[in-house]
Design a protein around this ligand. Structure first.
Ligand code: RP5
Length: 166
């Protein structure tokens, strides 16, 4: 694995989550936030996950975005290993409950070990990246300004297409 300095780490339970989680990576890219993405599982590769978390934190990671589907323990397990902010993104399952299983697994953390839980799927991935940037922006005025600019552009894009008929 590469050893670059990062600010945000994206961890997902399977490479099958990447199709959705690359939305988060694209937003971080757009804002110029150094990040990396890893497919590591709380269940299938627990030792490699633990090793990776130590490495990411030692290389400057300030926020973890963790995505998982099904019995989605990954965000909670990461939260048990670090006091850095963890943003959990539930992945939709094609076989069961459309991600409700993952949402409940991630959101119902015991008091004392918080995970900030986002929406299921693409919206959650995008918002996790924006929230990570928002957390970083407390100490980074340039990111604060970039978020304001992003909101303005988003509003303008909606207004540009507001007239649907008549
Ligand atoms: C979870 O199981 C992963 O996060 C993924 O969303 C789901 C299915 O994984 P695969 O069987 O596609 O590897 O751990």
């Amino acid at each position: 694995m590469k050893n670059a300095a990062i600010l945000v780490s994206l961890v997902m339970g399977s490479k099958s989550d990447w199709a959705i989680m690359q939305e988060a990576s694209s937003i971080l890219e757009q804002f110029g936030v150094p990040h990396e993405a890893r497919a590591l599982s709380a269940h299938r590769t627990p030792e490699a996950l633990e090793e990776y978390l130590v490495s990411a934190e030692s290389r400057g990671a300030q926020v973890f975005i963790a995505a998982a589907g099904g019995a989605a323990h990954l965000p909670g397990v990461i939260a048990s290993k670090t006091v850095l902010p963890i943003l959990g993104v539930p992945m939709p399952s094609t076989t069961f409950a459309n991600g409700l299983d993952a949402l409940l697994s991630i959101v119902q953390m015991p008091a004392g070990i918080p995970v900030g839980t986002l929406a299921v799927g693409k919206a959650g991935a995008i918002n996790a990246a924006l929230l990570a940037i928002s957390i970083l922006s407390v100490a980074r005025p340039d990111l604060h300004q970039a978020l304001i600019h992003y909101r303005e552009q988003q509003a303008q894009a909606v207004l540009d297409h507001a007239q649907l008929r008549g």
